[in-house]
Structures are given as C-alpha cells and as structure tokens.
Design a binder for this molecule. Sequence first.
Ligand code: GDP
Ligand code: IMO
Ligand code: MG
Length: 428
Amino acid sequence: MPVTIIIGAQWGDEGKGRFVDNSATDARFVARFSGGDNAGHTVAVGDTVYKMHLIPSGILHDGVIALLGNGMVINPISLRKEVNRLREQGVSITPENLVISSRAHLVTPAHIELDRFKESARGDDAIGTTLRGIGPAYLDKVGRRGLRVGQILDIETFAEEFEASVASHNETLVAAGVTPVDLDAVRDEYMSAINDMRPYIKDTTLLLNKALQEGAKVVAEGAQGTLLDVDHGSYPFVTSSSPTSGGVLTGLGIGPTYVKDVVGVAKSFSTRVGSGPMPTELNGEVAAKLRGTGDNFWDEFGTTTGRERRCGWLDAVLLRYSMMVNGFTKIMLTKLDILSGLDELKIAVAYEVDGERLDLPPTTITQLQRAKPIYETLSGWQEDIMDARTLDDLPQAAIDYIKRIEELCGVPIEVVSVGPHRKQVVQL
Ligand code: GDP
Ligand code: IMO
Ligand code: MG
C-alpha cells in the first residue's frame, strides 16, 4: 500500500487534520512534509478535541508512527509544549511513535523576532503571517546557513552554532533599530527543548523508503493550502514552503512512483486568514453565519493564532486550479453542515478580469486583486444535516450542490463531512 497524499485545496484550514485522522487507521506512517507550527490541525474524538501544530494528526492511532519530515521547520519549544499537551490528553508519545528527520530545519527565537520585525516593517502590506518565524527559517535554509535537526546530536558544537546563528540575526535586528534577542534569557529553555528532541531524531528518508519497499501505507499530511504555496499560491501573500503535492517528494525524500492517491480537502465555502486577495470574500450576514460566533471549536477562528478567518462563497475557479496543480484523484468536502439554513448558495464559476472571462485564476497578484467572481446561484436547504450518514439522508439541494462542485472541478468527491467528529461523514 503506497502513499496517500492529503492536501489543502484552498487557503488552509479546510479540515485536513480530521481526514488525515480518518485515513490513518491502516497506515504505518503519517508524515508532515512542509511548514511548521504555523499549521493548526483539529481532530475531535468523542468529547476530546486535539489540536496539532507540528505533530502529524496520525499520532492518535495506535501503531501509527508520526513523522516530521525533512521539509519541515521545527521550533523545539513549540514541539515540547505540544508533546506535553497531547500527553496531558492521554496520548502516548515515545521514540517508538514519533520520529523527526535529521534533515529538517530548526526555528530559533531570532527567526520569530525577524518575522515580527519584517511584518511590522511591511505596514499596510503585511502578509499577516502567524509570527512563528517560518519565513525567516526557510530563508536560512535556502540561504545555506540554516540549523538542521541532525546538528543537535553533537550538543557541544550545536550550542555554538545556535549562538552564532542568533548573533548574526541580532546584527540585522540592531541595524534596523529593533531590540535583539537576549541570548542569556532564551538559551536555557531553547537548549533544554533541543535536548528533549534527541531521542526522536532519525534518518526518516531511509525509514520511509524501507516501509514503502515493504508495501506499508504512508499518509502524507499536508499543511497550509494550495493557494498559500510559495510557487502556486497568491504570491507574495503565501507561506514560504511548498504545501502542494510536489512538496511531498522533496519534503520526505521519496519517489513519485510510490504515490497512489492525491486527496484534495476542500471546505464547502472559502476561508482565508491573513492578508491577500480573496475574490469571493463576503462581509455581512452570510459571512457571519459561515464564520460562527466562536462558541463552537469548529467556528472560523484560527487554530494557531485565534484570528478571525475571512469567509466567502465557494470559489470553483481556485478549486479547478488546485486540481490542476496537485493532480487530485479525489476530493473530500468539509463543513457542508455549516451551509444549512441559507436560502441560496453561490459558487464562483469564473472570474471577470479587465473585461475578460477567465476559467482559471490569473497569474499575477494585481490581476487577482481585480478579479470579479461570476456567480452561479443554487438553492439552499434548511435541514440540519449533522446526523446524515448516507447520500439519501441529505436534502436534494445539498446533493445538487455537491454534484455541481464535482462537475465544476472535474474530480470525484468521495466523502463529505457534516460535522467535526470522526463519524460525521457521508461516503458518496
Ligand atoms: P486543518 O488546518 O485543515 O486541519 O483545519 P483546522 O483544524 O484548522 O480547521 C477546520 C475546523 O473545522 C476544525 O475546527 C475542525 O474541527 C472543523 N471541521 C472539520 N470538518 C468539519 C465539518 O464537516 N463540520 C464542522 N462543523 N466542522 C468541521
Ligand atoms: P493549516 O495547516 C491557514 C497563512 C498565514 C499567512 C500566510 C503566511 O492549519 O491549514 P506564515 O506564518 O506561514 O509565514 O504565514 O500563511 N497560514 C495559514 N493559514 N492555515 C494554515 O495552516 C496556515 N499556515 C500559514 O495566515 O497568511
Ligand atoms: Mg488549520
């Protein structure tokens, strides 16, 4: 059983975590291949709500090994907090079920300060990053001055390398008139969290390839979403990694011939957190209804930062693009239950840009900013569908909505979720 890739088809927070959890039951590995603790993946099991940032959502299944791949950037302090939080919730985490690539990169307190400083220097053009130091850590990686996890294994030299890295970033901060990182204040906590990581460090490329040769199933857990990809997203309002299916191969060190399924997780409407164009964004009553009040854990408030998510109608132009970029073999559609109670639903089927009709998004950010959605209107439904388990349990208007999305994207929708819990799914 080879690799199943699970990718966010929009701007992140599509509900990847809950479907990774569903797909992990028969997997040997669930592996993250990109990003860091900018991600926030929610899995609800019974009355317990788990929130994963760095640790793959497969950790909740016995016998599954959660793997942090080489394409990730890892903040050891966040990792320690997350491990502790999950342990408090009763999850067992040992070197038997958590492994970290020695080739992954580390996020330091200086990366976080640089992220903050760069965002504030951008003023009105700020990206709205999660301020987790992600961009600066990837900059160090491609600049060939990053700290890799494997360097921790020689703790004496690592201490020097860490200090040199922070000191060099401090020079930038001081030159910009910003308070630098106080090494004496952060050193002990950082080095102690680094020390905790040591038993988990492995050659994960080798582990994965061996498992794949033996026919084991590997689930690649996407973070962020296609429109946040540094190449394919709405640049520059993107993250600094490749969360699309192409990123899986470099982010885990596996070959394309092992890939069997590429699953796109798409929300039944659009959300975005952070800045940048969002053609179908709504303000007003419908947006408030889609967002929710914040009383439910599934309402549209960021899992990582708590920020209110921007909400709008489903954008089939972007979904079509996402399908093209990732090569989805199927789609899993989430949060259909949230649309209950709306009289009508709109789907953007094309854009109008400078008088021209486009079926795919334009390539430049300025054109995307000018894109006006061309909508198709469908009937809504009033029924609560959270207890639906088969297609027959859904109102006809909900079935029509699902079928229309399938037609517009050209990919079969395999599962629809109608609530955040494991069983709240309709298999099509
Ligand atoms: P991820 O980053 O893609 O894993 O998604 P997040 O966890 O950040 O955000 C998705 C939110 O929607 C979480 O709170 C999930 O519990 C919730 N969720 C997922 N699927 C459904 C669904 O079908 N219905 C409802 N109401 N909530 C869902
Ligand atoms: P999950 O995995 C939604 C967004 C940030 C910002 C941009 C760049 O939960 O879907 P960064 O901190 O990465 O430099 O921020 O990307 N962003 C996300 N939005 N879900 C995420 O992850 C995100 N990770 C980053 O809001 O707009
Ligand atoms: Mg999320």
